[in-house]
Ligand binder design. Structure first.
Ligand code: DLL
Length: 432
């Protein structure tokens, strides 16, 4: 079942015509309304009329996070404040947050994109959806809320946190669907176990998880512990929030709402556009938004684009699960490592809980990588020998598969801080 069959299953030729029209209109719109873009286009000698085909997209300059920060809060907004009906913002751990202003039409389009996401995840109007994404400036809570409202489900706007109460709500209101970050899903699973609540015996059957990188191994872990299907949502404040891409029942890549967000993959160093099937940095151009349409926005997310027949019938281009962010990539003694590679190996190991932190330090001239991962209770209780055996096995795998030395430490159960939103698992102390 689709939410918007026309756009989700559009033949490629028709989609490209639609995209070109959207691109031309948007380029003209930002050129006329936002001095920042006009100046940037003029710097490279470009006028809106020069965009004659989708290939001309490559002629446009990129927009980066710093451009958004430099123009904080509304320098890149194309409409007067009287037409802005909502403002979201990303938390912005460093520097100024990224703002996301929306017109009423932008909000409606966002809800449409989210409705596609939820229907593809199997959500229907008779579902009772517990929305445990943070409500507020973060786009997760309200983004899911609006999409779910379009479908007409029963929404429980629980927001994140108050974990024990979440479990009680899940039992009392008989939630069938859960929306939250993957790391919070784990926190909920664990809290339920501590409370003696058997989630598998409850009506919960599906989760829609996103907002942070998570591996397929993590998905399996969540699916098993909660006894549900774990579906995915991807997005970013700069584009709309969640609803940019989503996985279907095939669970092998995320369909991009490419009639809204026109994707490209580039080499993050040379900025050259890469062909389909090549891993690189994801770049998006918003082609239907009015308040803040970004042009060739560099997401820093690393993935691959693929076109082909999907069993679900959707023709929307697919991106692979995000491998990591280019700024999260660790260079350890010259070897490039994504935290997701470490997560995959950890979660494959026996006797550990999916709770870990990665710390990189500099010792003299050398980089050192240490990983603390929680032992399962029975392993911890089994004693030193068992613990050392597992530590050694994981270290061996990391050396063999990733090619770097790591110090792995199994720490006692429940000693690593639990996440209620986006988990912070990597600490690169060399950057201090
Ligand atoms: O995290 C929007 C969102 C909310 C997506 C709820 C999905 C569900 P920001 O806070 O602006 O927006 O963070 C955007 O989070 O560039 C990615 O690096 C990361 N991210 C989002 N979804 C995924 C995902 C929201 N499914 C940044 N897998 C993005 C991996 C993700 N990373």
């Amino acid at each position: 079942m689709y939410w918007d069959e026309k756009h989700e299953c559009m033949p490629l030729g028709e989609m490209q015509e639609f995209q070109l029209k959207g691109l031309q209109e948007t380029v003209k719109w930002v050129y006329e309304k936002i001095p920042f873009y006009k100046n940037k286009f003029q710097d490279v000698g470009l006028e809106p009329g020069d965009i004659k085909s989708l290939d001309d997209l490559a002629k446009l300059p990129f927009t980066g996070k710093t451009d958004l920060r430099d123009n904080y809060p509304f320098g890149l907004c194309a409409v007067p404040m009287s037409e802005v009906v909502r403002i979201h913002a990303s938390s912005g751990t460093t520097g100024k947050p990224i703002t996301g202003p929306y017109t009423a039409e932008d909000l409606d389009q966002w809800a449409e994109c989210m409705a596609r996401n939820l229907v593809a995840a199997g959500i229907r109007s008779n579902d009772i959806c517990q929305n445990a994404y943070g409500m507020g400036l973060f786009t997760g809570g309200l983004g899911f809320h609006q999409g779910a409202s379009k479908i007409g489900v029963t929404i429980i706007p629980a927001s994140s946190g108050q974990t024990e109460r979440q479990i009680i709500l899940m039992q009392d209101f008989r939630s069938t669907a859960l929306f939250c970050t993957p790391s919070y899903a784990l926190t909920l699973a664990e809290r339920a176990e501590e409370m003696g609540v058997e989630v598998k015996g409850l009506p919960l059957r599906v989760g829609v998880f996103g907002a942070e990188p998570w591996t397929d191994e993590m998905r399996k872990e969540i699916e098993e512990r909660l006894g549900i299907k774990g579906m995915e949502a991807y997005g970013l404040t700069e584009l709309m929030g969640p609803g940019v891409s989503f996985d279907c029942i095939e669970q092998n890549g995320l369909h991009i709402n490419e009639d809204h967000a026109l994707p490209e993959i580039i080499d993050p160093v040379t900025e050259e556009v890469l062909p389909l099937g090549t891993k690189g940095e994801l770049v998006f151009t918003a082609i239907q938004r009015r308040a803040m349409p970004v042009i060739r926005y560099r997401t820093r997310d690393i993935t691959t684009l693929r076109r082909g027949k999907c069993e679900c019938g959707r023709t929307l281009v697919k991106m692979d699960k995000v491998y990591g962010r280019s700024d999260d990539m660790l260079i350890i003694s010259g070897v490039n490592v994504f935290p997701s590679q470490i997560e995959s190996l950890l979660l494959d190991a026996e006797g550990i809980e999916p709770q870990y932190v990665i710390v990189v330090r500099k010792k003299g001239y050398l980089d050192s990588l240490s990983i603390d991962v929680e032992a399962k209770k029975e392993v911890y209780e089994a004693g030193k020998e068992k613990i050392e055996e597992i530590q050694g096995k994981i270290e061996g795998k990391i050396r063999g598969i990733i090619g770097i030395g790591a110090k792995v430490r199994l720490v006692p159960p429940k000693t690593i801080a639990r996440s209620e939103g986006k988990a912070k698992r990597v600490f690169d102390e060399r950057k201090k």
